[in-house]
Design a binder for this molecule. Structure first.
Ligand code: 6R9
Length: 646
């Protein structure tokens, strides 16, 4: 942890939307009089039918429920598009930068309105109606935003699946929510490599019966198979559709989207967000956290397959009438200047990225950054995982030239938008700290027994009251929602994150305290990787833990016990790595596979993950008590054969 502190620059405190005093006043109002605070904030949206009730929430078992603005009606797409037409129809809504520099695309709000309306009509023509689920499996191309907004326009619920997931993972997500229709592209492109999206969809659909239509965007022009009666070219479907599609009035609590995310147990959960509260939260946090001003060019570098892309590439940015940059590619293609060249090309004012990308670029040296101007940048943001102070300092000094505050935003798929962050005009910065809670967020740190810890302390992070952007349920399993988040510490939302609060009241997220690991800012459930491994015919048992990784933040360390008579060979190791990539997707590629004749277990047969974590972390002076193990000698073998990563 770093002791450095960077005061709020004078220009920022003088001109920012929220300065220190205003933060205090608004925080207090949201905490003490949420009705008044949120009634005002919700006016940032256009309501078809105004709400009369603001907040109706309880985290307690007896009357558990989360509702915001519950009798109001609105349409999310109309809020992101139509209401801007009067003033900014010809301003650019989306700037699209392709994988390789070349034919970029600028889409005005007027064009966005037409694209989305046509697609909405094409969805209807293909049998999609209010409440139906649509799976979106696309690269980072504008059609991803069109697709999300077209669903929102007609009240269909979208489920975006990241293009890096395998056919199996995609199929599981389609099946879980019974999607009627899939929107995909022939292929994706990342760093010059082709991703066989349509072929993956074909594979996934072999085992899912619910999908009757697949809309296919022609993107690379690569050769693909089209199935008669099921597959439809996107361009043909929208050419045949009318550009006039009224926006469906939706209740504030009607679902907007499902987004699957990994937890500590079981298969990924379909996190459900609804319309009114989510959009108020997305719009408010986008404005205050990034000090967003009309005319700003805003670039969130996350993929729309993750929640960050949902809330800040699409919904928050467009609700605020911003120009949002969508980048198809990766930071190192064609070279390591790519990000900063894009910043210069479009005169980006606000850049929001992930620590894993910054660490990878930092390693390549400052020259790649310094040969670009970056004078347009006013503010930098970080999200997805804890940012280590070295990467923070590099971001601040080299990328931002000490001119741009960094907002280190802590939040989760479940929270809908930013929960803790410094506000650039209000909060002195501490490298690596997510600083202070957003309006309406009441954090609490508890110990393992749930005892509330005050003052400077260290423990597990809970949130004690609801905020509008909170997830409402797990799709199809409301009981799992309650069990997962509200029973560890009854009456509180448990985040799964560890957290320290310092003497100044700053919060420092220390990482997951459950069996979730964060690889390059992507959440992976260790249980998912374990079940992929044991699905291999030669594997008897597997245990997966996180390990420190210099670029990815955390890497995946898998202990594998083979079936009797199987030989632990290099070839099998490679085969298992490929196997996991195939089962889940490249983001789950194990960094280490250690063959272990046995795993350390208690006498009751429980795997002692604590020991496995220590070995993976190379913290072996500190294994703790191993006397309760059924067979303590297992540990000697593990230690002898552990794999150290460079
Ligand atoms: C938005 C997003 C959520 C988990 C979260 C935490 C980690 C996210 C962070 C951070 C420290 C930050 N995390 N932002 N940790 N500082 N600024 O990433 O959602 O994919 O659901 O991941 O990511 O561990 O619990 P999601």
């Amino acid at each position: 942890m770093s002791d450095a502190i960077y005061p709020v620059p004078q220009e920022w405190s003088a001109n920012a939307k929220i300065d220190g005093a205003r933060y205090e006043a608004l925080y207090a109002e949201a905490a003490n009089d949420p009705d008044s605070f949120w009634r005002r904030e919700a006016r940032r949206l256009d309501w078809i039918k105004p709400f009369t009730k603001v907040k109706n929430t309880s985290f307690n078992e007896a009357d558990f429920g989360i509702k915001w603005f519950e009798d109001g009606e609105l349409n999310v797409a109309a809020n992101c598009i139509d209401r801007h037409l009067a003033e900014r129809a010809d301003e650019v809504a989306i700037i699209w930068e392709p994988d390789s520099p070349g034919a970029e695309r600028r889409i005005t709000y007027r064009e966005l309105h037409e694209e989305v309306s046509r697609l909405a009509n094409a969805l209807k023509a293909n049998g999609v109606g209010k409440g139906d689920r649509v799976t979106i499996y696309l690269p980072m191309i504008p059609h991803a935003a069109f697709a999300m907004l077209a669903c929102a326009r007609i009240g269909a619920i979208h489920s975006v699946v990241f293009g890096g997931f395998s056919p199996d993972s995609l199929g599981g997500r389609i099946e879980d929510c019974d999607s009627k229709l899939v929107i995909t592209a022939d292929e994706g492109l990342r760093g010059g490599k082709r991703v066989p999206l349509k072929a993956n969809v074909d594979e996934a659909l072999k085992n899912c019966g619910s999908v009757s239509k697949v809309l296919v965007v022609r993107h690379t022009g690569g050769t693909i198979a089209m199935q008669d009666g099921r597959d439809i070219w996107y361009d043909e479907a929208i050419a045949a559709a009318s550009p006039d599609c009224p926006a469906e009035p939706m209740n504030a609590e009607d679902p907007l989207f499902i987004l699957y995310t990994s937890g500590s147990t079981g298969k990924p959960k379909g996190v459900l967000h609804t319309s009114g509260g989510y959009l108020v939260w997305a719009s408010m946090t986008h404005e205050y956290v990034f000090d967003y001003r009309p005319g700003d060019i805003f670039w969130c570098a996350a993929d729309v397959g993750w929640v960050t892309g949902h809330t800040y590439v699409v919904y928050g940015a467009l609700a605020n009438g911003a120009t949002t940059v969508m980048f198809e590619g990766v930071p190192n293609h064609p070279d390591f200047s790519r990000f900063w060249q894009i910043v210069d090309k479009y005169q980006v004012n606000i850049f929001y990225g992930a620590p894993t990308a910054l660490r990878a670029l930092m390693r390549e040296g400052d020259e790649w950054v310094k040969k670009t101007s970056r004078k347009s940048l006013r503010l930098l943001g970080s999200v997805g995982e804890p940012i280590n102070p070295e990467a923070w300092e590099w971001y601040y000094h080299v990328v931002g030239e000490e001119r741009c505050p960094i907002v280190d935003t802590w939040w989760q798929t479940e929270t809908g938008g930013t929960m803790m962050t410094p506000l650039p005009g209000a909060t002195p910065l501490k490298p690596g700290s997510a600083a202070i809670p957003m309006f309406g967020v009441k954090p609490q740190i508890v110990d393992a027994d749930g005892k509330v810890l005050d003052g400077a302390t260290d423990g597990n992070l809970c949130i004690t009251d609801s905020w509008p952007g909170q997830m409402r349920t797990v799709w199809g399993d409301h009981e799992r929602f309650f069990q997962t988040y509200f029973t560890t510490y009854p009456g509180k939302y448990f985040t799964g994150d560890g957290c320290r609060r310092d003497a100044d009241g700053y919060y420092w997220i220390t990482g997951r305290v459950d069996d979730v690991i964060n690889v390059s800012g992507h959440r992976m459930g260790t249980a998912e990787i374990e079940s992929a491994l044991v699905a291999h015919a030669k594997v008897a048992e597997a245990a997966v833990v996180g390990m420190p990784h210099p670029l990815k933040g955390q890497g995946i360390y898998a202990y594998v016990t083979l079936n009797a008579h199987e030989e632990p060979t290099e070839e099998l190791r490679r085969e298992l790595i490929q196997w996991v990539r195939h089962e889940i997707g490249p983001i789950a590629t194990p960094d280490v596979i250690q063959f272990a004749p046995a795993l350390p277990k208690t006498r009751s047969g429980k795997i002692m993950r604590r020991i496995l974590r220590k070995i993976a972390e190379d913290d072996i002076g500190n294994l703790g008590d191993i006397s309760t193990l059924a067979d303590p000698s297992v540990v000697d073998h593990l230690l002898e054969h552990r794999q150290l990563v460079a």
